[in-house]
Design a protein around this ligand. Structure first.
Ligand code: FES
Length: 120
């Protein structure tokens, strides 16, 4: 017999997720840094991982693809650093640095609709 499904608990968790402002998913930060994603520059909170920032920016994320803890490697992305060299890194493990330019997003993540953003 599998785990018991608790409808009341499910509804409480759903309510929390639906009412949590996106700002609550972020690590503490004091300033914004510039992150370029596919030629668009975004001011984003420092001290946060790339995967978390893509969520914050409301990119379309196929959440089931990502473990968020460094195991699956599905969050690999390509970026160019200040020295101009291209590198591959894991979005869930890599903290944003000012001037970072993402040139290829992980599979399963696409830019969101910029007109529907509501980042509270
Ligand atoms: S999300 Fe699985 S390794 Fe990053």
């Amino acid at each position: 017999m599998g785990p018991k499904f608790d409808l009341e608990e499910f509804l409480i968790i759903k309510e929390v997720l639906m009412t949590t402002p996106l700002g609550d998913i972020l690590e503490d930060y004091e300033r914004l840094v510039q992150l370029t994603i596919l030629k668009t520059v975004y001011p984003v909170p420092e001290n946060n991982t790339i995967l978390r920032l893509l969520q914050y920016l409301q990119f379309n994320i196929t959440f089931g693809r990502f473990c968020w803890n460094g195991d699956c490697k599905n969050c690999a992305f390509r970026y160019r650093g200040p020295d101009g060299r291209e590198r591959t890194a894991l979005g869930c493990q890599t903290v944003v640095r000012s001037g970072m330019k993402i040139v290829k997003l992980p599979a399963g993540i696409t830019p969101g609709d910029p007109d529907s953003s509501d980042r509270t």
